[in-house]
Design a protein around this ligand. Structure first.
Ligand code: MN
Ligand code: MN
Length: 463
């Protein structure tokens, strides 16, 4: 049972003050998870919290012509879906930054562009799933609709239905077990197929006896309530996510059960660590990005030039512009690329190497590498950098564990680490162990959330 990892629990080493701070952090995190379920909602909340903490919009500062100087706190928002925050340090920016990076997009069911139809007297929205999901997990549970509809006249309508206790919810239906002999013989990946993940949204006919009257009823409701026409779905970003608030998990309330903890657990703790850090020697940066779950693509994913452009703007605003300065800044930076790691699950013990898997409640996780099939696609962090990270974490009494995802050649996964490493900066994967990763409800430990937050603060101060 990997006895070396099963020493005294971290809980038993906490003071009363630690426990109080842990519960306070968890409560804030549970609230964040409950209110912010999309990248847009998470980015907006990050900006709101940043402004509260004295951060100003970088582009507005640039426009005003005032030079950026040490002590300034700035943020840049990318298409309302990704955010970069900077706390300018005393050292020249060219010497590099300490960067905390995490992603704020999560697996879900996205509504298609021509989604609404009626069949069997029921109205449905057709979806295309986003990210890597086990499709059979997304049927027969309450779903909420989040997102925006951008009308052709330029108005953008925000939608959030299913989170308030008085709201209706939506669902994908499943075949009754009584008729499932054929379905249950299928391979897991085929039990529920992607094209069958359509959302039940109505059953009340507008006018009895008329064709597609239930669909007409749904259209009337969204016209009356939101001023939307059917064709407005063409320019909408609507997502179905598990409805309801995040919860404490277990008799002892030691864990958190919630949708989207991959990767809001690292996003929230990174953001809080960033906002709570005051004056720094090296400039600190917190980067919250979109599209990680589908390969970090697009203008708001980590592969976009957004971050590079913002750093170039920042250098120019400090009177230190130029391509070489930008390259030096990026290459001289150090990063904790944060994402969830799989935690040991006793029910699936055979999938893990017990010596090298993360355990729930054993502290912050560092993955020297990720990837699959012989570390392919991974950023394999340098031993020297890992040594430095260990020194920092020990100095600040942060409990941590070195881990990899699961048994060799069982599968694998990637993060944003390899993209940032292309600049020549030191990057390591770090984060929090999670159970049921990518399921509608994922589980984490409050201890790990607390330790990773401590770890981020130590990194910003010491790296
Ligand atoms: Mn992730
Ligand atoms: Mn993921």
């Amino acid at each position: 049972m990997a006895e070396d990892k099963q020493k005294d629990s971290i809980w038993s080493q906490y003071t009363e003050d630690d426990k109080k701070a842990l519960e306070q952090l968890s409560a804030g995190y549970i609230d964040f998870l409950s209110r912010c379920k999309t990248e847009r909602e998470s980015a907006a909340e990050a900006v709101r919290k940043a402004e509260e903490a004295g951060y100003r919009n970088l582009y507005e500062v640039i426009k005003s012509g005032v030079q950026v100087k040490p002590g300034d706190k700035l943020y840049a928002l990318n298409m309302k879906k990704a955010v970069a925050l900077f706390n300018i340090g005393e050292e020249p920016l060219e010497q590099g930054m300490n960067i905390l990076g995490a992603h704020i997009d999560t697996c879900r069911l996205d509504v298609k562009q021509n989604p609404l139809y009626e069949d069997g007297g029921m109205a449905y929205l057709d979806t295309h799933y986003y990210g890597g999901i086990k499709k059979y997990q997304w049927v027969a549970l309450p779903l909420a609709l989040h997102g925006v509809v951008a009308k052709a006249d330029g108005e953008v309508v925000e939608i959030c239905i299913g989170e308030d206790d008085n709201d209706p919810v939506f669902c994908v239906t499943d075949l009754l077990v009584h008729l499932s002999q054929e379905q249950l013989k299928k391979a897991g990946a085929k039990v529920v197929e992607g094209e069958s993940l359509d959302i039940l949204v109505g059953n009340y006919p507008l006018k009895e006896g008329e064709k597609e009257s239930v669909k007409a009823g749904v259209l009337k409701l969204i016209k009356d309530k939101y001023g939307l026409e059917e064709e407005d779905f063409q320019s909408a970003e609507l997502a179905l996510v598990p409805a309801g608030r995040a919860r404490e998990l277990g008799f002892d309330r030691s864990m958190v059960l919630a949708y989207g903890q991959d990767d809001r657990v690292c996003s929230y703790t990174s953001l809080m660590a960033m906002l709570e850090t005051e004056s720094v020697k090296r400039t600190s940066c917190c980067l919250l990005v979109d599209k990680e779950e589908i390969g970090s693509v697009g203008a708001t994913g980590m592969q976009s030039r957004f971050f590079e452009n913002v750093v170039a703007e920042l250098l120019a605003a400090m009177g230190a512009g130029g391509d070489l300065a930008l390259r030096r800044t990026l290459a001289g930076s150090k990063m904790l690329s944060s994402d969830v790691s799989s935690a040991y699950d006793a029910l699936y013990a055979g999938s893990f190497d017990k010596k090298n898997v993360a355990y729930l409640g054993k502290g912050m996780v560092f993955n020297k590498f990720t990837g699959a099939r012989g570390k392919s696609g991974s950023n394999d962090a340098n031993a020297e950098y890992l040594g430095e990270i260990r020194r920092i974490m020990k100095k600040h009494n942060v409990h941590f564990q070195l881990a990899e995802l699961g048994k060799v050649d069982l599968g694998g996964g990637g993060t944003i680490a390899y993209i940032m490493s292309l600049y020549g900066m030191q990057v390591i994967d770090s984060g929090v162990g999670v159970l049921s990763m990518h399921a509608p409800w994922e589980a984490t430990s409050k201890v790990d959330i607390y330790e990773v937050w401590k770890g981020y603060k130590a990194f910003l101060k010491e790296a």
